[in-house]
Design a protein around this ligand. Structure first.
Ligand code: R5P
Length: 289
């Protein structure tokens, strides 16, 4: 039976592209808020015995997660065969350790909650730092779709003579892969973060001035990691983020000093790198299980 794809508060363009690639039927949800702010949700398609794919991008997760749980629970009650989630950005992965006494390690309860209501999960390059794999916290099958081949293709097509820079040790996993695929040299720097808006980045080794610096990170949030790296550079760089969250004035500050490019993981004017074909491949693998 044709799978049903339900778009919960996420990009209509990505939903349409996924439906086309997966030959899925686009479903319809009725969502609104009651006058007191509580959520109303209704599924307008028959789901008995069907594979249901929910596209719910967990950017701004506190606002979206409750509706996602309501939807998954409703689909289960209505007899869906399996309920999968496509979330190009997977929230709460950076809280992977108790940094201060008493802190909530929110990655764990968040993963436990989603695992309880869903049958599988597809995402693109979640922030794996102290966790090495999603199954350390998720108990459902997951697929991580890598952004590296997509970023490498964009660099090959758009930056003639690049040198790649990763701002911290965590970024090496992405930067090294992109560099190999793009046939470019790379260097990984060291970062010390002392606050949400305070980071320091080590000086890169003497860079070949004939090359364009391309900074690559999985997440751009406050933008301070990129901005502090740029302070060390003489040439105007390209900054590539897999997930461009751009808190507060981050995008404006970065645009003043760099070309800013992101994947479509988080809808934003800087999106240049399409993700639908790669995500659809990940979903297909899980549907075939
Ligand atoms: C964390 O280590 C991530 O890989 C990014 O480097 C970080 O989230 C970037 O944050 P910001 O833009 O706030 O410096």
């Amino acid at each position: 039976m044709t799978p049903l794809l339900l778009n919960l508060d996420s990009s209509p363009t990505l939903a349409a592209a996924l439906c086309e690639r997966l030959e899925a039927e686009p479903g319809t949800l009725e969502t609104r808020n009651f006058p007191d702010g509580e959520s109303y949700l209704r599924v307008l398609n028959p789901v008995q015995g069907r594979e249901v794919i929910i596209l719910c991008n967990l950017v701004d997760p506190d606002a979206r997660t409750l509706r996602l749980i309501f939807l998954a629970d409703t689909l289960r009650e209505l007899g869906a065969r399996r309920i999968g989630l496509v979330s190009p950005y997977l929230a709460y992965m950076r809280q992977d350790k108790r940094f201060q006494p008493g802190e909530c390690v929110s990655s764990r309860p968040f993963a436990a909650l989603l695992s309880r209501y869903l049958d599988w999960l597809v995402t693109m390059d979640p922030h794996l730092h102290r966790y090495h794999a999603l199954d350390q916290i998720y108990s459902i099958p997951t697929r991580i779709v890598p952004a590296a081949p997509l970023i490498a293709r964009w660099i090959r097509d758009n930056v003639p003579n690049p040198v790649l820079l990763g701002p911290d040790m965590e970024s090496e996993q992405w930067v090294a892969q992109v560099a190999a695929l793009a046939g470019a040299p790379f260097e990984i720097l060291n970062k010390v973060r002392s606050g949400d808006y305070t980071v320091s980045i080590s000086q890169p080794a003497a860079l070949d001035q004939q090359r364009t610096p391309v900074l690559i990170d999985d997440i751009i949030s406050s933008g301070r990691t990129m901005l502090q790296t740029i302070r060390h550079l003489r040439q105007r760089p390209v900054c590539i983020g897999v997930h461009g969250l751009f808190a507060a004035d981050a995008y404006q500050l970065l645009q003043d000093v760099a070309e800013v490019v992101t994947t479509e993981c988080v809808p934003h004017p800087s999106n240049r790198i399409p993700i639908a074909p790669a995500l659809a491949d990940g979903v297909r693998e899980l549907l075939a299980r």
